[in-house]
Design a protein around this ligand. Structure first.
Ligand code: 0X9
Ligand code: ZN
Length: 304
């Protein structure tokens, strides 16, 4: 049974998505953006009242399979938007003028694998040139400085970049969806765990992005909103120097396509529980993260 306060398995999340779309058909629609390597559907929830041509924010969760708090947050955030629409002026204004495209689980095959075989699985589940090793790191498989810094061409590595850029169908489906909505997508947000950070481009180089000042201001505002709830401290800055350099990452790729507001959030914690964040922390983590994302969304709306 689905619960916002628990980690839900893929079946439960999939059922929840279609329930949300049918229960709130005025506000939510379910779009299939393709299938995973193992043939599971990849669904995006479109939340908002404005016409598909209006400004939009794309957010994905669960690019790394073991980061369970990430899909939990995407689910929480959808509920927050839907319930806020009828009881809160700020959310109503947001959803009247802006669409959210929310992908609650990007790496579906990997996520299923963490529930059934290996809780610490990270990558996709496609076969590689090494018959003993499976999957590529989907956050190294995008077509931006592919397989350069902070990535590995060894199929058994946890940061394996894949056979070629966008070789992984999951990364390709996301890239194609974003490209086909590029005119409307003003912001890209990728939700990971753990580190408590707000990161913005670049990750593939220590060079600073053209709008670094603005991205830093937005991150500062979002981090302070987040802190105001439970005093959870987030660090923010350019990804390469704030966490470590990576290439082929989704945020840099989105930025390279002209999406000026591109962020990666690393949610709780800083290592006490790591990827095994207790369910008891889902509620507070999701509430504080919601505050940060709503802040970013308001900024994006007033600047697009
Ligand atoms: O290594 C990663 O992909 C991210 N850390 S995680 O522990 N969630 O795997 C960091 C990504 C930093 N790079 C970009 N923001 N591009
Ligand atoms: Zn991650």
């Amino acid at each position: 049974k689905h619960s916002y306060m628990k980690y839900n398995d893929w079946e439960t999340i999939a059922k929840w998505m279609s329930t949300m779309a049918s229960k709130h058909s005025d506000l939510v629609s379910q779009l299939k953006i393709g299938e995973t390597y193992e043939g599971r559907p990849m669904y995006v929830l479109r939340v908002g009242q404005s016409s598909p041509a209006g400004p939009a924010i794309f957010m994905d969760c669960g690019i790394h399979a073991r980061e369970w708090i990430s899909p939990a947050f995407c689910q929480w955030f959808v509920r927050e938007l839907v319930s806020g629409y009828s009881k809160d002026e700020e959310t109503k204004k947001l959803l009247t003028n802006l669409n959210f495209y929310i992908l609650p689980v990007l790496n579906v095959d990997g996520y299923v694998h963490t529930w059934t075989k290996d809780r610490m699985w990270r990558k996709s589940r496609s076969p590689t040139s090494d018959c003993n090793c499976f999957g590529a790191d989907l956050n190294r498989n995008f077509n931006i400085s592919w397989c350069d810094i902070g990535a590995s061409d060894e199929p058994c590595s946890e940061i394996y970049c894949g056979e070629s850029a966008q070789s992984e169908i999951e990364a390709l489906n996301v890239a194609n969806f974003i490209l086909s909505n590029l005119k409307s997508i003003k912001a890209y947000i990728s939700i990971h765990a753990y580190a408590q950070m707000i990161l913005y481009p670049y990750s593939y180089t220590y060079d600073l992005a053209p709008n670094t000042k603005e991205l830093d201001e937005i991150s500062k505002g979002a981090a302070s909103k987040l802190y105001s709830l439970y005093k959870t401290e987030y660090v923010y800055g350019p990804s390469a120097s704030t966490i470590y350099p990576t290439s082929g990452s989704s945020d840099d790729w989105a930025y390279s396509q002209g999406i000026q507001y591109s962020f990666t959030l690393e949610l709780r914690d800083t290592g006490d529980y790591g990827f095994l964040l207790p369910e008891k922390q889902i509620k507070s983590t999701c509430k504080e993260t919601t505050a940060a994302i709503i802040y970013i969304a308001n900024y994006v709306l007033s600047h697009s």
